[in-house]
Design a protein around this ligand. Structure first.
Ligand code: NAI
Ligand code: MG
Length: 354
């Protein structure tokens, strides 16, 4: 019996509908090369669903996704539908209900991708951002009083639980150990944020002590952001709260050239629930329909999915194929990479490299 993985596919909106099918072709090729099957099941949930039904996904949406080994998502959001609807109606419920408490993003300068920093070569920038994905600053706790008057005030509460803080920090140290990259950097702001960040630092020191072979250091978020730009070579694994991690996990891919090639994983590391894999970019309505979207972010997200499913060999195959295709000056390039090729040509070159 060959191995089979059940994947829930949500192409979503805009170029999600283009890059996800392109990525599936590449992943299927890697699966057949490595002797397993990807059993794709499509869920046609998007902003169009919202316009037709008033919901981004059906009431039992979470239950219908639960019975899968992973979720592969394009992007949600489209002009005419407020972004908080697509976010709170689909992405956030999936992340929270499935306890996907790790958001993991590789930051890596790929061959053939122009870098906005001077004099950087592929290999110079290669690290991981680990973002806490379910608590912290992104909470619905708080309120507003005396709205519209001179006395108006709002209160927004950040939640840092011991369990939630420890498990994200531990994930970061475990990742560093697993990758053989013995350096973890914590994003903090304990000089300005009075309660939560000193607590975060305390837990970082406590968890770090369990990993004596790993160098642990911390920077305030402001100077850390500057160091991402000035000296990105120095990092192995960077861990941050939901807000700091959110910012760093876009800044990281930004310094490597284009968010179009960046992937993102929302992980439930214990595999009690399905994890979700998606490109970092959104639905790009400005280029949707022209078939010129760069498919690499979606394909790389698919490689992370294969890795999570225990198919490390296939994951490595896909990543090498991306590097081979982008590194070959004769390969087709999409306009964001300075070329004139269509998405399908770049995807075909990557499939051929697999
Ligand atoms: P975006 O990432 O969709 O686009 C930003 C710019 O990058 C655009 O000029 C676009 O053409 C370009 N771009 C993005 N992906 C590309 C690709 N693969 N190849 C070539 N160029 C690419 O971000 P934007 O415009 O802020 O958001 C558009 C919609 O997408 C919004 O409704 C937003 O809420 C949603 N969105 C959804 C996300 C998700 O589902 N996780 C993430 C980010 C945005
Ligand atoms: Mg973000």
């Amino acid at each position: 019996m060959s191995r089979r993985h059940r994947i829930a596919v949500i192409e979503g909106d805009g170029i999600g509908r283009e890059v996800i099918p392109a990525a599936r072709t590449v992943l299927d090729r890697a699966a057949s090369a490595c002797g397993f099957t990807l059993d794709w099941r499509d869920f046609d949930w998007s902003c169009e669903t919202w316009k037709a039904t008033g919901r981004m996904m059906p009431e039992d949406g979470i239950a219908r996704l639960a019975d899968h080994d992973a979720i592969f998502l394009g992007a949600v959001g489209y002009p005419g539908v407020p972004d908080h609807i697509s976010l709170w109606g689909l992405l956030i419920p999936i992340r929270r209900e499935f306890d996907q408490y790790v958001n993991l993003r590789p930051v890596r300068l790929l061959p053939g991708v122009p870098c906005p920093l001077a004099n950087k070569q592929p290999g110079d920038i290669d690290f991981w951002v680990v973002r806490e994905n379910v608590e912290g600053e992104y909470s619905q706790i708080g309120g507003r009083m005396f709205a519209g008057t001179e006395r108006e005030f709002v209160e927004q509460t950040a939640i840092f639980t011991r369990a939630g803080t420890d498990r994200i920090l531990r994930y970061a140290f475990d990742l560093a150990r697993r990758l053989g990259r013995p350096h973890v950097t914590s994003a903090t702001k304990s000089n300005g944020i009075f309660h939560s960040m000193p607590f975060w630092d305390e837990r970082f020191a406590a968890i770090g002590a369990e990993y004596p072979e790993i160098r642990a250091d911390q920077y305030h978020i402001d100077i850390l952001a500057a160091r991402f730009v000035m000296s990105p070579e120095r990092f192995d694994v960077v861990v941050g709260s939901n807000l700091f991690g959110d910012i760093l996990s876009d800044l990281g891919p930004g310094v490597t050239g284009t968010i179009a090639v960046a992937p993102s994983a929302n992980l439930n590391p214990e595999k009690k629930f399905p994890s979700m894999f998606e490109p970092v970019h959104g639905s790009a309505p400005d280029i949707f329909g022209q078939r010129i979207a760069n498919p690499v972010g979606a394909i790389w997200a698919g490689a992370m999915m294969l890795d999570h499913l225990g198919e490390a060999e296939a994951a490595a195959l896909v990543l090498r194929a991306i590097e081979t295709a982008l590194g070959d000056p004769a390969s087709p390039r999409t306009p964001d990479l300075g070329g004139t090729a269509k998405m399908d040509d770049l995807a075909a070159a990557i499939t051929a490299a697999v």
